[in-house]
Write a protein that binds this ligand. Structure first.
Ligand code: BGC
Length: 273
């Protein structure tokens, strides 16, 4: 039986991009448990998206979710997704800019296509979705009985917005970009009561990094990078996202919250350097 939470997001609608699996699906579920309607966005994995939607709509969670397909890097598809979501639920209060991918390569071998794809999805996708969300927030205006802010945006970043990552230059560059995108939006739109932050996950068990944790040897290596000595679970991110979308965190604006078991403490320096 699923634990019922505080329903801190009752009466609100959350759009979570890339939520057919991994961190996105845990965020979608966490939002639903807090009482939010949820739009589960996906690009290729329809089966995964349906599973998440069914899980939210079943008796245990008894939430309200729909799935919408869209490639977040395509302007027309993003606009269409917002239109569909808004016409279904009335408005959107929370955007979680989660969709992201890796296309790893040694720098000298990285193709322009590998560079471009990662920047398009991880960075341009966040811009396009944030722009549509902000347009909706400004158009709709305040609903103080629902939330202190007129809308909230959570950008899914990574520890690699600050930790350089050889072999993944496209990914690290995209997340460094997300950091400045988030901060610039927060500076510009705070006065309009739009609250914008990032979550920077460390190593979380998802398909994106399976080879880094799915054998005991790999996990042992990975744990050397994590002072708290466990690999993260997607629910570690879901719970922080739900809180960050709620009024409990209303004075947090323009910040990155690292959820990484201490990975950004550079544990390699312990006793060295
Ligand atoms: C990456 C993962 C990686 C983690 C820690 C994430 O942003 O997507 O592949 O395990 O950072 O390095």
């Amino acid at each position: 039986m699923y634990q019922k939470f505080n329903k801190r997001l009752e009466g609100q609608t959350a759009l979570v991009t890339g939520s057919s699996s991994g961190i996105g699906s845990a965020v979608a579920l966490a939002m639903a448990k807090e009482g939010a309607n949820v739009i589960v966005n996906y690009v290729g994995d329809e089966t995964g998206a349906i599973k998440v939607v069914d899980f939210i709509n079943n008796d245990e969670v008894s939430g309200s979710a729909i799935s919408i397909q869209a490639d977040v890097s395509k302007e027309d598809q993003v606009q269409d997704m917002f239109q569909k979501g808004i016409s279904h639920f009335g408005t959107i209060d929370i955007l979680v800019n989660n969709a992201g991918l890796q296309k790893d390569a040694a720098f000298q071998d990285m193709t322009l296509a590998e560079w471009q794809k990662v920047i398009d999805v991880n960075l341009t996708g966040q811009f396009l979705c944030a722009r549509e969300a902000i347009r909706e927030f400004l158009k709709r205006g305040p609903r103080p009985e629902i939330s202190a802010a007129i809308g909230k945006i959570i950008c899914m970043s990574s520890v690699h917005e600050v930790i350089p990552w050889g072999g993944h230059a496209n990914y690290a560059a995209s997340k460094g970009g997300v950091m400045m995108l988030m901060k610039s939006m927060a500076q510009e739109l705070g006065p309009k009561k739009i609250r914008i932050n990032s979550i920077a996950p460390g190593a979380i068990k998802t398909p994106i990094n399976k080879n880094a944790w799915d054998t005991p040897e790999a996990e042992k290596e990975l744990l050397k990078l994590i002072p708290y000595n466990r690999v993260g679970e997607t629910s570690d991110i879901g719970s922080v996202a739900a809180w960050l979308a709620s009024d409990e965190s209303d004075y947090i604006h323009g910040t990155t919250i690292f959820v990484d078991g201490g990975m950004t403490l550079y544990p390699g320096f312990y006793g060295n350097g």
